[in-house]
Each structure stands twice: as structure tokens, then as C-alpha cells.
Write a protein that binds this ligand. Sequence first.
Ligand code: HPA
Ligand code: ZN
Length: 351
Amino acid sequence: MTITPSAAAILELACRMPKAELHVHIEGTLEPELAFALARRNGLILPYADEAALKAAYAFDSLQSFLDLYYACADVLRSEADFRDLMLAYLERAAADQVVHSEIFFDPQTHTARGIPFLTVLDGLTEGLRQGKARWGISGRLILCFLRHLSEEEAFATLAEAEPYLDRIDGFGLDSSEKGNPPSKFARLFARCHELGKPVVAHAGEEGPPAYISEALDLLGSARIDHGVRALEDDAVVARLVREGIALTVCPLSNIRLCVFKTMADHTLGKLLARGVKVTLNSDDPAYFGGYLNDNIRAVQAAFRFDAATWYRLAHNSFTASFATDAEKAGWIARLDAHFAAVGEVVPGPI
Ligand code: HPA
Ligand code: ZN
């Protein structure tokens, strides 16, 4: 007799499964409580009366409307201890969601433009990663993102600042305002990142057209596509993602909050999965978009009612699409298999 697990049991399985997060901006994990605490620590006054007033400002109608607030709030981050505490707060929440590995974006230009030294940012974040690993066993890597609304020349200056510390930087990315800032603007920069021996990723196809996804692959050599949810508008792009096994780091709650899709039921992630695209789930800017990875899982499951095999696939994708070593991936996948086996779910076999 086959027992079909209940919807509640499948949700529990998905929330408790070990998984990786591959798309989270550390500045986007700044909760209002911490923003006010850091403002107090640094003698600053936020232009909001209290946490509730700040939260009330989280009503976005586009990526840009969010970015304006996101960059303004980042102003409370001043010292190495601030960046360390920000990282620790995120890792604690991620670990509680059974995230065992996270590849974390940071935006140095947001800070260096305000006079915060690059090394203050990097030292704080790496100290947070070190303490987080010791406390919760969570593995964390840093991906340095360039802001695409700035020039390629400015990005090259940031890369030059980063070059002495490449042992602490695991990859490079491209974020910020997508429309009007195509990947092609940064082709020379990313060629240099490849010369430095680092993997690169790029946000593409969030608000921008599917052609930006092709550009990110062809001109930047992007190993994954961050978001990529507009791929479905171009069959050739979808076919290529499937053929080349390119992962999308999809952020469902982000896409709803930034009005990329009206409701979760309108989200393309189910169709992308059904077409064979290597989808992963992520939280993007969890403090601003209504939650961390398991909140995204709950929202997705409420809309799509995936079966256990689909949740297994999503977690498996998160590991295989990561920049971890083969040995690390094998260890996490063994834990994933054990998690499914423990509740009597048969693992779908080699994927
Ligand atoms: N898109 C682009 N840039 C960003 C995002 C995003 O979702 N979050 C933080 N920076
Ligand atoms: Zn993002």
C-alpha cells in the first residue's frame, strides 16, 4: 500500500530538509530592529519614527522603488562590528531554516561610496562567517556584486580594491537596477573576473528581457542566472537553460513584492521546473520581502502544492548549482537523502 503524504507533511519535509541558499544580499537581511540598533550604536537618526514606520515604507511597486530604500537603510552600517552582526543575524535565521550552505552577495560600492573602507566591510563579513560556522555549522561564501547602475570604470576600481583579498571572495556578481543596464555594459570587467579564476553570476531576466539572460551567458560567462524568471517569454532561452544545465536562482517572495508577478499563482517557477530548468529557491532580500528561505517555501507550497520529489529536486539543485567542492556537495546530498529516507520518502534516484 502506498501512503500519500499529506500536504502538511510535505511542507514539513521541505522546511526541514537541508538546503543551500544561492541568492541572498547581506544588505537585504537588515531587519528594522537591527537597523535601529545600529543607528543608535552609531549615533545616527533614521528618517523613520520607529520600526513599524520603517516597515510601513516597504510597499514597493518596482525594483527601483525597493533599491532606493535598501541603499538608504544601508547607511547605518558603519563599522566592522556592524557588518559582523549583520552577517550573524542572517546566518542564525538561515541555519534555523536548515540552510547548511549559503553563497552571500555583498555590494561594496554601496559602502565605499559613503567613505566606509572596503576592508571594514570585508573583515566584518568574514568574521561573521567564521563565528556563524563555529556556532551553527553553516558554511558561507561571499560573492562580490558590482552595481550595474554605476559605470564599468567604477566597477574596475572596486575590483582593484578587492584583488588583494581574493582568498576571501568566492565569486563575482552583478546586481542593482536592471532596466537600461544590460550585461554587455560589463563584458570587459567580467572577462577580468574570469582571468582571476573566480566564478561569476549575474542578475538577469528579473525586470529585464530574456535577451539579458542570453547576454549574461554569452558576454559575461555567468555560471548561474539570478532570477531569470522572464526566461519563459523566449522558448529558445528556456531550451538553452535546459540544454546547458544553467541554474536559475529564483526568489519567489521578492518577485511578488517587486511586482514582477501579481500573485504567486502567476509565478513562472512551476512552468520552468516542468520544462526541465534547474530552478533553485532563495530569499533575495528577506528583511524587505516578507521572509527567509522557509517563508518562501511556505508561500510556494501554498500556491503550487509540489510533491515530495519536487522538493527533493529543488534542494538537490541548490547543492549541485553551488560553488562548493564536489566533496562538500556529496556530503550535503547524503544528508538530504537521509532526511527523505527517514520519513519514508524514496529519493528519486540520480538526477
Ligand atoms: N535585483 C537587483 N539588485 C538587487 C536586488 C534584486 O532583486 N536585491 C538587491 N539588489
Ligand atoms: Zn538579488
